[in-house]
Design a protein around this ligand. Structure first.
Ligand code: C2E
Ligand code: CA
Ligand code: CA
Length: 275
């Protein structure tokens, strides 16, 4: 029994060590990254469910490392947040996203929005409004073309800090979506107070909407509440038609997911959705 425990703890230590080493090497690689060579934004379409109209595109960061290949944002964004390099990365993302929505709006007459993901660290520490204004001037992109996405958990944890920032952003004309909604600690009062425009129903819930009674009840409650508060709802991670059928039946406004479109480079996006 003893030797069994020992080998388990050795295994635990070695995977823990691997994780720490991986994180450390990511930190170094991020520090050395040449953003304009190694980073690329992909864009995933967002649709109104009722008529399949394109309503927006979310910017999703991709990192193509010269030696390691593609590294997923799920892995490197948390490291970037910890080291603070998320600040210059977000500057880069905002600049690219603004340039792209300017291009997209020129290429089509659709009044689509560009969704940009914001880490809590960025809202807390950066002069976000100033850098958005600077990109606005550079690319001639008015605030109402931009939707800022912030996760439910970070919105909750930042509470007091971001209230003022949110007020300013709202007053400038940006819309705000709460990402991953329905899995964290929700407070209805913050949705009201922050002047949120849209709830993004978490993929974790959407995954089970066709077969699990609890997920159905939660999503139904979210949609009802959103309607009562005049907020739009968008389901994220919709992969199957039966999920979409249930969501439509429940009155969900919009969808984003592999079923109707994966994240793609802008050239592909333009061909597929803007022509
Ligand atoms: P998120 O903001 O919740 O983005 C949605 C994620 O779900 C994306 O993963 C997207 O590719 C994926 N997805 C969309 N539809 C489907 C589907 O039908 N099925 C499945 N299996 N997945 C789907 P991605 O691109 O790997 O991004 C992961 C996370 O990394 C994002 O989650 C976001 O939190 C973060 N992220 C990405 N880009 C940025 C960025 O520029 N800034 C910040 N701060 N975070 C970012
Ligand atoms: Ca998002
Ligand atoms: Ca999500």
């Amino acid at each position: 029994k003893d030797s069994h425990q020992n080998s388990a703890s050795v295994r635990f230590n070695s995977t823990l060590r691997e994780k720490i080493e991986r994180k450390h090497s990511l930190e170094i690689m991020l520090g050395n990254a040449d953003f304009s060579r190694e980073f690329q934004l992909y864009f995933q379409p967002q649709f109104r469910i009722s008529d399949h109209a394109l309503v927006g595109m979310e910017a999703l960061l991709r990192w193509f490392h010269p030696h390691q290949g593609m590294i997923s944002p799920g892995e490197f964004i948390p490291v970037a947040e910890e080291t603070g390099i998320i600040l210059p990365i977000t500057e880069w993302v905002i600049d690219q996203a603004y340039a792209t929505i300017a291009h997209a709006r020129k290429a089509s007459s659709l009044s689509i929005q560009m969704g940009i993901n914001l880490s809590p660290k960025v809202i807390e520490t950066a002069d976000l409004l100033a850098s958005l204004k600077q990109k606005e001037m550079r690319h001639c992109v008015p605030p109402h073309w931009i939707d800022l996405e912030i996760t439910e958990n970070s919105a909750m944890s930042l509470h007091a800090t971001i209230e003022g920032t949110f007020d300013q952003l709202k007053q400038s004309g940006f819309t705000i979506s709460i990402d991953d909604f329905g899995t964290g600690y929700s407070s209805l009062s913050y949705i009201r107070r922050f002047g949120v425009d849209r709830l993004k129903i978490a993929k974790e819930l959407v995954d089970h909407v066709a077969d699990d009674r609890n997920s159905q009840l939660i999503i139904k409650a979210i949609i009802m509440m959103a309607k009562g508060m005049n907020l739009r709802t968008i389901a994220e991670g919709v992969e199957y038609q039966d999920q979409l059928d249930v969501l439509k039946e429940m009155g969900c406004d919009e969808m984003q997911g592999y079923l109707w479109g994966r994240p793609v480079p802008f050239e592909t996006f333009k061909q597929q959705y803007l022509s």
